[in-house]
Design a protein around this ligand. Structure first.
Ligand code: AMP
Ligand code: GLY
Length: 421
């Protein structure tokens, strides 16, 4: 069978690698992919926006399964195009993807079905929003309603800061139409974790937990980014809390979507906070997380493609997980998440340097005659499995020490808190 993965980052690299390892798969294609993943996927000259070209190509090639990585094409209806053409696709329709694409949609859904999340109000009027702030306890959280590449969230510690964030979003169009509407919500204190599940209608198959590190610098300092590293499993989240999150959050949400007439198919990702009252939802995503996928899939011993087909057929697959832990550290260009340098030559990792043991998942890279060079923000993720998270961390940081480059930076504390607890 031929498998098509849509997207171009580290998440898609990990998906291509896992798909290529399946005995069911004869060939993996990535659209557009990136040159760093060329060893496991053939790159297609189409991008995430070429809906019609992608569908025509997939029909001609008799593609057996399509997996869509990023959120934007989901919102734009790419999964609908494949399913209308009768091509099996593991991704939600554009209507179902609203659970990520519109924060007000997902908050209203959670409110209606009693799913635990922060208290909130939605505003499109600056004056009314400003008035509401007067009665709030601080800190408060201000979120652009639509997609803002993970950057549309402000945790405001004072009322002035809250109003400032509201002014930027509602009056100054900071995120364009994505911030024409905002959600103001209660701040939740606790441990944050990511729980993804393979979903088809009411069938919910949870994956193991991971934890992302969203801030740019060590100690959770600096601006929010797309994610600077992750690890899995997350030992500081008790198994009961994970089970509670499946029973009280993922399963009821999947049911709610069916009840609303917009059943969800694909990966439902819950960004959760373990609060004193149990797990509560920070956000939903309608896709695999990045960089969580890069530390979860290498731990999955089952055949991902077979598992996805089981789920698409409405059957619950048995997932087998490695008992090993994985730590993944993102290498980003200096300046990220703002403007950063490009064109930095990347090391040609050598087998004898232990690369065989290290998973490298590329994202912002391009190919030159002399090898891969960086292209923009996050460049690659290096990840290692270990018998413990401590061992996984030691392995990955020892490796990165050998390849230090002044033009790239990485956090040195990925998974550190989990090890010292
Ligand atoms: P989001 O884009 O919704 O995932 O938010 C980005 C980050 O802001 C999250 O990963 C959390 O660390 C933080 N955050 C968002 N909402 C809340 C909240 N209600 N309480 C505390 N932290 C939050
Ligand atoms: N790691 C956060 C995300 O994928 O949105």
């Amino acid at each position: 069978m031929k498998v098509l993965v849509v997207g171009r980052g580290g998440r898609e690299h990990a998906l291509c690698e896992k798909a290529a390892a399946s005995p069911l798969v004869e060939k993996v294609y990535a659209a557009p992919g990136n040159p760093g993943m060329a060893a496991c996927a053939e790159l297609l000259p189409y991008n995430e926006k070429d809906h019609r070209l992608l569908v025509t190509w997939a029909q001609q090639e008799r593609v057996g399964l399509v997996i869509i990585g990023p959120e934007q094409p989901l919102m734009e209806g790419l999964a609908d195009c494949f399913s209308d053409a009768g091509i099996p696709v593991f991704a939600p329709s554009s209507r179902a993807a609203q659970i990520e694409g519109s924060k007000s949609f997902s908050k209203e859904l959670m409110e209606k079905y009693g799913i635990p999340t922060a208290k909130y109000r939605v505003f499109d009027d600056f004056v009314l929003a400003q008035e509401y702030v007067k009665q709030l306890d601080m800190p408060a959280v201000v979120k652009a309603d639509g997609l803002a590449a993970g950057k549309g969230v402000v945790i405001a510690h004072t009322k002035e800061e809250t109003v400032g964030a509201l002014r930027e979003m509602l009056m100054e169009n900071r995120f364009g139409p994505a911030s024409a509407k905002v959600v103001i919500e209660e701040f939740m204190a606790g441990e944050e974790f990511s729980l993804m599940a393979l979903v088809n209608g009411e069938l919910v198959v949870p994956l193991e937990l991971a934890q992302d590190h969203k801030r740019a610098f060590d100690g959770d300092l600096g601006p929010n980014t797309g994610g600077m590293g992750a690890y899995s499993p997350v030992s500081q989240i008790p198994a009961e809390a994970a089970a509670q999150a499946v029973e009280q959050i993922l399963e009821p949400v999947a049911k709610a979507m069916v009840r609303e007439g917009i059943p969800f198919t694909g990966v439902l990702y819950a960004g959760l906070m373990l609060t004193a009252q149990g797990p509560k939802v920070i956000e939903f995503n309608a896709r695999f997380g990045d960089p969580e996928t890069q530390v979860i899939l290498p731990r999955l011993e089952s055949d991902l493609i077979q598992v996805i087909f089981e789920v698409l057929a409405g059957r619950r697959p048995e997932l087998k997980w490695s008992s090993q832990a994985m730590a993944g550290v993102v290498l980003a260009s200096r300046g990220y998440p703002d403007t950063c340098a490009e064109g930095v030559p990347l090391p040609a990792f050598q087998e004898e340097d232990g690369v065989g043991d290290v998973h490298i998942y590329y994202s912002g890279v391009c190919q030159t005659e002399d090898g891969l060079v960086s292209k923009g923000g996050r460049v690659y993720l290096a990840g290692c499995l270990g018998d413990s998270l401590g061992e996984a961390r030691e392995k990955v940081y020892a490796f990165l020490d050998r390849y230090r480059q002044p033009e790239l930076f990485y956090r040195t504390d990925i998974g550190k808190k989990a090890v010292s607890q």
